[in-house]
Design a protein around this ligand. Structure first.
Ligand code: NCD
Length: 278
């Protein structure tokens, strides 16, 4: 199922197969890549977009309209809804009211499934497989919705996952679901074994206590010295935006794939929209 989506994403041209279809993008939380990526994917396939990048401030959310009602309303105007919101479970709540498919573009610290899909698509394109690899998830595994979704999707493949985070930002038990993984807090100890180095940003906006954030900010900085310890055919991915967890000097390393991921993301979302709408 996942691999057939990736095959489709790899081979898809930009024919106007979604002509006449409308995608509504409802973003209650900031975004650069994700919203533009969905919009570009829809437009490239001949579809149309209605979009609000600032729903929390400019939609009827300010008048206390419920997400359920918003779902009821928007689904009568659009064929698919893409939504991001700062609260976990919010997308599922809107989907209850919607009569059209709703795609989760990030709900709080919970999940960001399409980012994880494009991350796995990137690995599959670059390494040719998702099996038999050693994949390190690095950074904020507690609040990071991207590592949560990556972990969830990787369950479908036979690769080893190494969890690398500060003690206070470990992957929650509810996501681990008893799965046995190596958990370390020192990237340099394990980097030499990794085929995929999946970096992530410490999610400042999710911390209740600013001083707790300051304590763990900058825990990992992937720099040239660390990259020298990494395998010659390892790849580095990151959903972006980065703060300081990847030094600029790494950008010119051929193993750095985080900017290539942007194009992979549009392809993946084209395939996803097509599978949902046709
Ligand atoms: C991620 C997000 O919003 O969760 N960004 C993205 O969608 N590309 C990661 C992050 O903000 O750290």
């Amino acid at each position: 199922m996942l691999i057939s989506l990736f095959e489709e994403a790899k081979s898809l041209s930009s024919d106007s197969v979604l002509n006449g279809k409308i995608m509504a993008a409802l973003f209650f939380e900031p975004s650069t890549r994700t919203r533009f990526s969905f919009e570009a994917a829809m437009l490239r396939l001949g579809g149309s977009v209605i979009s609000n990048a600032d729903m929390l401030k400019t939609s009827s959310a300010t008048k206390k309209e419920t997400l359920y009602d918003t779902g009821k309303v928007i689904s009568q105007m659009a064929d698919v809804i893409v939504m991001r919101h700062p609260e976990a479970g919010s997308v599922a709540e809107l989907a209850k009211g919607s009569s059209v498919p709703v795609i989760n573009a990030g709900d709080g610290a919970n999940e960001h499934p399409t980012q994880a899909l494009m991350d796995l698509f990137t690995i599959w394109m670059e390494k040719g497989t998702l099996d038999g690899l050693k994949i390190g998830l690095v950074g904020d595994l507690k609040y990071g919705r991207v590592p949560h979704s990556q972990f969830d999707l990787l369950k479908h493949f036979d690769s080893e996952i190494v969890l690398i985070s500060p003690e206070s930002l470990k992957m929650p038990e509810g996501i681990l679901e008893g799965r046995d993984c190596v958990e370390v807090d020192n990237l340099s100890e394990v980097i030499g074994d990794l085929d995929v180095i999946a970096m992530s940003r410490v999610q400042k906006e999710r911390f209740d206590d600013e001083s707790e954030y300051e304590r763990v900010a900058g825990s990992y900085v992937l720099n040239g010295a660390l990259m020298e310890m990494a395998k010659s055919d390892a790849i580095v991915i990151h959903p972006l935006p980065r703060v300081d967890e990847i030094a600029l000097e790494v950008d010119s390393d051929p193993r750095a794939k985080y900017f290539d991921q942007v194009a992979y993301g549009v392809s993946l979302r084209k395939a996803l929209l097509k599978s949902v709408l046709l």
